[in-house]
Every structure is written in C-alpha cells, then in structure tokens.
Design a protein around this ligand. Structure first.
Ligand code: FES
Length: 159
C-alpha cells in the first residue's frame, strides 16, 4: 500500500540546503543536493537508534550518495535507503534497505513529498515519529532507557 497523494512539504530550499518536516505524521528530512540539483526525502530519524539525519554529512560511496548519521556514523543511501559500508577491500557493500525513502515532486510553489508505505517492515519505521516515540509508555524497559539516553544526548548536542 502506498500513500498516493503528494503533500506539500516545504518551500523551495536554497541550493544545498536541507529541512526536516512532518508529512502524514512522519518525520521526514529533505535534502537538496548541489551535485545533481535534485531533492531527496528520507525518514528523518536513523534506523539504528534514531539519530537526527538532518545534521549528518553528505558523502559519496561509489556511485551512491549517503547521509552519514551524526550519532554512530552509519552511512545511509539517499536514493535507496540502503545501509552502506566499505568492506576490507574498499568495496561498497549493502546491508539492505534500512531507511524508508519517499517520493519528491518539485512544483512551482514548493516541494511536495509522497510518503512511501508498503508491506515491508523497514527498520526506520520504528523511529518514524520521534515525538510520539519519546512520549510513549513503552513497556520495554531497555527501550525506555535507550530513548531517555538518546534524548539527553540529543539535547546536549543539539542534534
Ligand atoms: S543512531 Fe544513527 S548510526 Fe546510530
């Protein structure tokens, strides 16, 4: 199942800029890449432990462009949502799709995003709405501790 409608996400970004928005109750990070002059929309919170991708560096890995999570430096492909890494021979390897990516349409009045939801369970779904997650009464104690630590870390680093 896919959400069919493109939803207005934000005004046009200046070249190379990025912005986090809420689309259909989901945290989405939008990046404009100078190199390709294209927009990319991806779940805003890292699949690993919810790091805020908006502040991550952009890095090329082979022919893929990645955002590097500021918390533990995982590399996530902006085009496909794959978790990527270099093996011992410096070959680019994929861990599979870990982060949900969304469709982007650029119209005269701004940037529109269509949320891509399907039957697959993608790891970033867990952190799709960080505010809701942090406020939830999760019965899993370890999860609560991790989230509390993460919130403190994020507040301290302003990530
Ligand atoms: S939270 Fe992103 S790499 Fe750990």
């Amino acid at each position: 199942m896919t959400e069919n409608a493109f939803v207005f996400a934000c005004e046009h970004l200046r070249p190379g800029a990025r912005k986090q928005v809420k689309v259909n109750n989901r945290d989405v990070a939008i990046f404009h890449l100078l190199k390709t002059n294209k927009y990319h929309a991806i779940d805003a919170n890292c699949y690993h432990h919810g790091g805020k991708l908006l502040t991550g560096d952009i890095e090329d890995l082979g022919d893929k462009t990645c955002v590097v999570c500021p918390l533990h430096h995982y590399k996530i492909c902006l085009q496909t949502g794959e978790g990527l890494y270099l093996d011992l021979n410096s070959n680019v390897k994929s861990k599979g799709v870990k982060q949900r990516v969304h469709d982007v349409a650029v119209r005269t009045d701004g940037v529109y995003v269509r949320i891509q939801i399907d039957d697959r369970k993608i790891e970033s779904d867990h952190y799709a709405n960080m505010e809701e997650l942090l406020n939830s009464q999760n019965p899993n104690q370890r999860e609560r501790v991790d989230l509390k630590q993460m919130k403190q870390q994020r507040d301290a680093n302003k990530l």
